[in-house]
Design a protein around this ligand. Sequence first.
Ligand code: SAM
Length: 219
Amino acid sequence: MTTATHAGQAVYSASFLNIYDLWVHGVSNRVLWRCPTERLVAHYDQHVSGSHLDVGVGTGLLLDRCTFPSTNPRIVLCDLNENSLAHCAERIARYNPSTVRADVLQPLPAALPPGSFDSVGLNYLLHCLPGDIPGGKWAAFDSLKAALSPEGVLFGSTILGAGISPNLAAQGVLKLYNSRGIFGNDHDDLTTLRAELERRFTRVNIEVVGLVALFTARR
Ligand SMILES: C[S@@+](CC[C@H](N)C(=O)[O-])C[C@H]1O[C@@H](n2cnc3c(N)ncnc32)[C@H](O)[C@@H]1O
């Protein structure tokens, strides 16, 4: 972990994870980000595969609620924070997931071999990554692209921090989170997200719901 990436994962203590679903998926998605959690679950339903890597897993609510195309999917969970990995792995223990502790901004470890996943999900991870690091947060797409099989899909969503119209409450929370390093999305706008995806992938689709950009990208 680098000093820059520390803050974006440090808040995920075991006790914060116990209230995360209520605060993020219950209140914030509806009131602040204006993208209901059901929309995020639908995004997972549409794109998750039977060989799935999830990065930045948090409590695993979306993996728990979504429908996998097979009854016995291969699921690998990757996160920088041990608490998130443990919480999520326990929640979806019925799928017997494996866990890998890694920083998405560093080269992926050998436990995540190139070309080995038909889907890679990263939900609400990008806005947690610092915006001011050498190489930029978007370098995360390079290593995750490498993990995809040739026909695989990268998908997820991120809260935009620029070029959007937040309500007053969202403005306050965005400012607070960015000042504490919990979010690093001050400069994340739709144009940048699209350009960074299109630099690396040929088929890119982005839909904006409230302040949230839901994306898919294929080689
Ligand atoms: C906002 S939570 C998202 C949880 C879940 N995907 C969801 O949508 O509810 C962000 C997660 O990303 C992890 N994270 C933050 N920075 C990371 C990094 N540099 N590498 C890997 N994981 C990171 C945090 O530990 C946390 O579990």
